[in-house]
Design a protein around this ligand. Structure first.
Ligand code: RNT
Ligand code: ZN
Length: 418
């Protein structure tokens, strides 16, 4: 059977429970997903290795062939991945992926011109851009502290880097006519039990205030802060914890980043969205998958992930939520990892858009929880995959089970030569 006839059949089935698949597809096409540049090269970036220093918590394990090691390779790989992903995309850039300038300036002196090639690339490929200061993998972060460091000079360096990043974000946003989400994540914390839990948090709060004090366009640069439960080598205490940043984002009215891998494993990140949005103006999601101690597996369409993406759309708050990805897996084809994870994020959003939300709410309002559960569970087996494949077709992108061959060919033709 042709997909188009299958789609007509699926459309009727959804329509029977009051869901308009055409409206869902239109809405899906309005939600960009921000693809993270760092899946393509295991978070290495382009700085000279002696400058980059040790990793601090962002560890990609595996040694799959063909890692991108320069801007041209990373851009080509991103284009290959993007060609298998339907709908709008943004590029989530880290400051250590500066492309232009020889030598590159220190991180606290970076300017928009150091990202000129990326801006041109984004224009050519119709991507928006998001940005992140890189406060790790650097000699000044080697003891694991940055914005909360005891040493005022080191703190000042990272404050300047974050200010430079905000200015870069605003300049890129204005040039692309699309606001840049600028997300601060720092690795700061202790492996072992601290004697003073307060002092580093006071220093982090003051550093963030100094960063935000710089007058940067709010129209083009959206500040966000990202919490974490723990990291490798930072098992006992993370300065930028969930409570720290929820309080910070709420009192400073900036965006809060929820990384799906940064909470206790049984916490529902989906449930945090409606609570946080009462107090912070916007949310950034780092869609990711935590597995035991690791928070960065390729996004799967598992229940917790689907619940997050469904909640984004069914909350009716999509205009205040930015969807970004954050995973790094070096044990499989890196381009396939991007494609799988990004398609899954979009599938989760589509599943949310195809939920009979209005009807479920009416049942809830009427107190008919039996029917609510029945409808919710029956909705799970509606043919959303057919609607997804229709979307891929309309976007001239391969449907499920149709894209991997091209990625394998690219591996044979390009990646093996690296
Ligand atoms: C690290 C955070 C952060 C990074 C990126 C590379 O635990 O999740 O978002 O993954 O900045
Ligand atoms: Zn993250």
């Amino acid at each position: 059977m042709k997909n188009s006839s299958m789609y007509e059949f699926a459309r009727e089935q959804f329509s029977a429970v009051g869901v308009d698949t055409e409206a869902a597809l239109e809405a899906l096409n309005e939600i960009p997903v921000s693809m993270h540049c760092w899946q393509g090269d295991d978070v290495d970036g382009f700085e000279a290795p002696e400058k980059a220093g040790a990793g601090n918590g962002c560890v990609a394990t595996g040694n799959y062939l063909g890692k991108a090691s320069n801007p041209a390779e990373l851009m080509a790989d991103l284009e290959q991945a993007a060609s298998h992903i339907p709908g709008p995309l943004r590029l989530n850039l880290h400051a250590n992926y500066a492309t232009d300038g020889s030598p590159l300036p220190e991180r606290n002196e970076l300017t928009v011109e150091n990202f000129r090639s990326w801006i041109d690339w984004a224009k050519a490929n119709q991507f928006g851009i998001d940005f992140n200061p890189t406060s790790f993998s650097h000699p000044k972060a080697e003891d694991g502290f940055t914005l909360s460091h005891k040493d005022v000079g080191i703190r000042q360096f990272w404050i300047e880097h974050c200010i430079a990043s905000r200015k870069i974000g605003a300049a890129i946003g204005e040039e692309l006519n699309s606001p840049v989400v600028n997300n601060i994540w720092i690795p700061d914390g202790y492996k072992d039990t601290p004697a003073d839990r307060m002092a580093p948090r006071v220093r982090l709060m003051e550093s963030l205030d100094a960063i935000l004090a710089e007058d940067v366009s709010k129209k083009w640069n959206i500040d966000a802060v990202e919490s974490k439960l723990f990291g490798i080598g930072v098992e006992s205490y993370t300065v930028g914890s969930s409570e720290f940043y929820l309080g910070y984002a709420a009192t400073r009215q900036i965006a809060l980043c929820l990384d799906a891998g940064h909470f206790h494993p049984t916490e529902s990140v989906a449930d945090k969205i409606s609570a946080a949005l009462l107090y912070v103006p916007e949310l950034l999601l780092h869609v990711s998958r935590g597995v035991r101690w690791d928070s960065d597996h390729v996004v799967a369409l598992d229940d917790p992930t689907t619940a997050i993406l469904q909640e984004c759309v069914s909350s009716g708050q999509m205009d205040r939520i930015h969807v970004g990805l954050d995973f790094f897996d070096a044990s499989i084809n890196r381009i396939a990892a991007w494609v799988i994870g990004t398609r899954n994020a979009k599938k989760g959003l589509l599943k949310g858009l195809l939920q009979p939300t209005k009807q479920l709410r009416e049942l809830e309002q009427a107190g008919d929880y039996t029917s609510r559960l029945a409808m919710m569970e029956d909705a799970r087996s509606l043919p959303w995959g057919t609607v997804w494949n229709e979307y891929c077709e309309r976007q001239q992108t391969a449907g499920d089970n149709q894209w991997l061959g091209a990625v394998k060919r690219y591996e044979q033709e390009e990646l093996v030569k690296r």
